[in-house]
Design a protein. Structure first.
Length: 348
């Protein structure tokens, strides 16, 4: 991989609508309280909800977002925050790429549309249907950014976020774009909360988005470099989650860092069962670590983006010299990434 740099960060989470709010919550280290979620049935569904923004975001006045769902609002806010940082240092009219990664996707409008369809197909609103498709957030965000020449939506488990990062790096290396925005986003709904409850009674669903702007010009960066992304260690009968996680860790160990001030940003949440393979892979880690899911909840693809945003933010603020991101997906693969600060940093 040629040199790839991080030029901007953005985040929306249960902590708030900025990277600063995400940073403050992770530094505080206290899990954000779960709140009751509107539900169907008798299961006591709880979620860590994104608070209302302190002021109405300006982008909501754009005609394309007139009917957009919460997932688009989150993706747009995180992307525009990353774009504001990039445009401080980047060129005036860059060729932009956009990759939006999702797992559950536009579930709120999907529920509304199919609920109307089941009640009375003759009166179901066709205006809702475009907001049910996975590509809807990417379409809306691209309209906000302008100058977007390449757009893609990736669907998978949270580990797919780093596959999206690999695709962004490929576009940059092929000189097809000058900068690429990589976004992971999710929204909450009773149906996803109920599905998670059946799989894991201890986890709390959450929502939001995280965004990174990647480029190839070090002068446009915020002082953070993407050193490498590991291979995708996919799951199979011969390579279960524990073995795959161990292989990912071993590969990260072989990527040079900047010495002892090294951070681990892991994907551990509230579930001991789902955590077991990642715990085993990093059982001998004695350095500093942060676990965004334990503070912010199970944000699915958004949680993977929060891991990368938190890691890069720590490097940009010179708290660490190197940061590892560990993603052990639910059903696809274990994959990791290593980021480096461009200048030596002192541990906090």
């Amino acid at each position: 991989m040629s040199r790839i740099y991080v030029a901007g960060l953005g985040a929306v989470s249960p902590a708030g609508w900025t990277v600063a709010a995400l940073r403050e919550a992770l530094e505080l280290g206290k899990p954000i309280p779960a709140q009751p979620l509107e539900q169907r049935g008798d299961n006591p569904l709880l979620a860590r909800l994104v608070p209302n923004p302190p002021t109405r975001p300006e982008f909501l006045s754009h005609p394309r977002l007139r009917r957009a769902s919460a997932i688009t609002h989150y993706a747009a806010s995180a992307t525009l925050e990353a774009a504001a940082s990039f445009h401080q240092r980047g060129p005036e009219n860059p060729r932009l790429g956009l990759i939006v990664c999702l797992q559950s996707g536009c579930v709120q409008y999907s529920c509304r549309f199919f609920d109307e369809t089941l009640r009375n197909p003759a009166t179901a609103s066709p205006l809702l249907f475009p907001e049910t498709v996975y590509a809807a957030p990417a379409s809306h965000v691209a309209a906000l950014l302008k100058n977007v020449t390449l757009v893609s939506s990736l669907v998978g488990d949270p580990s797919s976020f780093l596959q999206g990062m690999s695709l962004a790096a490929q576009w940059l290396e092929e000189d097809r774009i000058d900068a690429c925005f990589l976004v992971g986003a999710e929204e909450t709904n009773w149906i996803t909360a109920d599905a998670l409850w059946h799989l894991d009674r201890t986890a709390s669903i959450s929502a939001g988005a995280g965004a990174l702007c990647l480029c190839r010009e070090p002068g446009w960066s915020m002082g953070v470099e993407l050193a490498a992304i590991t291979d995708a260690h996919t799951y199979s009968a011969k390579n279960n989650r524990t073995r795959a996680a161990g292989s990912m860790r071993a590969q990260l160990n072989g990527i040079p860092g900047h010495g002892e001030t090294e951070l681990l940003c892991d994907g551990l949440g509230d579930s001991s069962r789902n955590n077991a393979p990642e715990i085993a892979a990093w059982r001998d880690w004695t350095g500093p670590r942060i676990s965004p899911r334990r503070i912010l909840g199970e944000g699915l693809m958004a949680a993977a983006a929060w891991q990368c945003v938190a890691a890069c933010d720590a490097l940009a603020n010179r708290r660490f010299a190197t940061a590892n991101v560990s993603l052990v997906g639910f059903n696809q693969q274990a994959i990791g990434a290593k980021f480096r600060a461009l200048a030596p940093a002192n541990s906090k």
